[in-house]
Design a binder for this molecule. Sequence first.
Ligand code: MN3
Length: 196
Amino acid sequence: MAHKLPELPYSYDALEPFLSEQTLCIHHDRHHRGYVDGLNQAEERIETAREAGDFSSVRAICDALAFNYSGHLFHSIYWQCMSPGGGGEPSGALAEQIVNDFDDLATFRTQFTAATNAVQGSGWGVLAWQPLGQSLVVLQAEKHQNLAQWGAVPVVVLDVWEHAYYLDYQNERKRYTEAFFDVINWEFALHRFEQA
Ligand code: MN3
């Protein structure tokens, strides 16, 4: 079953002025689609390799699967982590867990933006549920797939590849990661957290 590009959960201009219509159009229609297409191609390649019993290219195919699967997954979560009616504070079990693991919301926010700003090159800031320790953790993901903690479940993700913010913020990643909290969709985060 081929993977499909999910629809944006709002219109392309719905997050202005945080992100412009042009940024969301390019980011969703070109970049995210690229990961979906790349993933479908990589799955075809591994299927072909299995049928032929020829795994001489397995390293490159595994690399393409990890890169494109992670890109597709993170973007699918990222769109929903933002909302035109977003911002404010988290509620319910997520709010309690944030206080439990980060002392308070302000400290979480400071750690999350600091970690995200410090991602080397292209990557993501991630708030994830770590089942082993039964705790929320802040992670950096370089590109999409490096430095991940296996088993952790992403709850909130923030894209800091330059294509996500360059048209609107140029090289000022910090302004973008701080403004992210004006549109953050805490209801979606709570939903993901409860499922995790
Ligand atoms: Mn992106």
